[in-house]
Every structure is written in C-alpha cells, then in structure tokens.
Design a protein around this ligand. Structure first.
Ligand SMILES: O=C(O)C(=O)[C@H](O)CO
Ligand SMILES: [Mg+2]
Length: 252
C-alpha cells in the first residue's frame, strides 16, 4: 500500500485543530498535512508533530481569508507583491515544520496576463527556495469557481516552461475526476510530473472507497508503478473520521 497521510484541515474536524494530531497518530497515520497552518503558533504545531511522531507532508501558501476570500495570489496580475510576501512567510512555516511540499495557490484569474505572472512567480519562487519541493494543483471549477489552474494540460505546459527541479504537480484524484471524467487516464498522462497525491471519493468528496473511482485497484497500480510519494486523504468524512478509515488498512 502507498504511504498515507491525513489532511487535518478536513479530517478529524470533530476535534479542535490542535487535538487532531494525536487523533491522526492514534488512527495509524505517520504523516499529516494542513492547508493553512497560520492561525496557531508554529511552535505549538511543531510540538504536536514531535509529540506524536508525525511528519508534515504539505502546507499551502496562504490566502488572506479562506472562507469566501481569495484563493491565492500567484496568478493574480496585480498581486505580485502580496504573493512574494506571503510566499516568504509560508516558506518560514514550511521550514519550521520540515514540510515535504509547499503548495502554491494560483488564485482566481484567467487570461494571458494571469498565465505569464503565474510562470514568473513560480520561477521566482523556485529560485527563492531551491531546497523546498513546491507544487501546483489543478482544482475543479465546481469547487473553486474561477480558479486559474483547472486543467492538466495547462499545468503540464506551465511546469515545462518554468522547468525547475523543485516544482512539480500535486495530483488530487477527486479533482482529476471532476475535471476530466477519467482519473486513471489523467494519472497516466501526468504521473511523471507528480510529486504529491491527494484523494477523496466521488461524487461528494467523502471517503476514498471503491466506487466511481476504484481506489483499491488504483492504490495497487501506484505500488506496481513504483510511486514513492505520499497519498493524503483530503475529503469530508461522511460520519466520524475514525469510522471511515478502512482505506488506510487495505479496505478491511
Ligand atoms: O482543494 C484542494 O483540493 C486543495 O488541495 C487545496 O490545497 C486547497 O483547497
Ligand atoms: Mg487537493
């Protein structure tokens, strides 16, 4: 089975944020990710990671206000100062947590100006943080209307143009199905670009079980294909988080 991580922004929300680390460790996870770990003091998060033997797989560059606010600044033509300021801050958090990946959020934008500023900002970020793995993630338009990056061909083109060794694709299987209608075929096209995977069930982004996407078969394919990155559960549990974790235990 792949190496699994728990997204603590979406999982274990029965508990206050800082208590989710212990719950994830007790449920059998060795690693976690947190979309926006900017509201709690970094040393407190570090303490929880160490206390429960957890690795931080990923954090995101910050939007100012996640609830109904911006979705990032990397592709916003007049948002370059904001993006660079936020990126440096995000990098400090990523270093403090020893996070494997930092996901750069593009924001809501479209057109040629957005594409060129995205390439420019990614090129700058990759040079600014040569030792940090950076990712970009296509997100479906239904969940995030107007998000700049919602196309895998565009993501592949941009990665090719930036051509930085520390920048790669974040492949969210739930978004991939929503965007292309054929997640396994999309995976085959982009797996060579991918450095992090997230998963969730279809159609409602609940547990990643067998269904529209045959997750048991796909996990086997990841193993057979030698994928050695993390696979993170990023979904809204249908009930109690602990009751829906058969996917980390071989679907028993
Ligand atoms: O929406 C997702 O799938 C993500 O992974 C983003 O990081 C933020 O929502
Ligand atoms: Mg995702």
């Amino acid at each position: 089975m792949p190496r699994f991580a728990a997204n603590l922004t979406l999982l274990f929300t029965e508990l206050p944020f800082l208590d989710r680390f212990e719950a994830a460790a007790e449920a059998g996870f060795d690693a976690v990710e947190v979309l926006f770990p900017y509201e709690d003091a970094a040393p407190e998060v570090q303490r929880r990671l160490a206390a429960f033997g957890l690795h931080m797989v990923l954090i995101n560059t910050p939007p100012p206000n996640w609830t109904g606010g911006a979705r990032g600044f990397a592709a916003i033509p007049d948002g370059q100062d904001r993006f660079r300021h936020d990126f440096k801050r995000a990098l400090r958090f990523a270093h403090a947590f020893n996070a494997t990946h930092l996901h750069i959020m593009a924001g809501v934008a479209d057109g040629d100006a957005a594409r060129s500023i995205f390439v420019e900002n990614l090129t700058w970020a990759a040079a600014e943080a040569p030792k940090q793995s950076l990712t970009i993630e296509p997100i479906n338009q239904g969940d995030m209307p107007g998000y700049f990056l919602s196309d895998y061909d565009l993501a592949a083109d941009i990665l090719g143009e930036v051509n930085a060794p520390n920048l790669g694709l974040q492949f969210d299987a739930y978004h991939a199905h929503k965007i292309t209608g054929d997640m396994p075929a999309t995976w085959k096209k982009v797996k060579h670009l991918t450095r992090h995977i997230q998963i969730g069930g279809l159609p409602d982004r609940h547990e990643p079980l067998a269904g529209v996407i045959d997750y048991p078969a796909w996990f086997q394919g990841l193993d057979d294909g030698g994928y050695d990155g993390w696979v993170s559960g990023e979904y809204h549990p249908a009930g109690r988080t602990e009751d829906g974790l058969s996917w980390i235990k071989g679907f028993d």
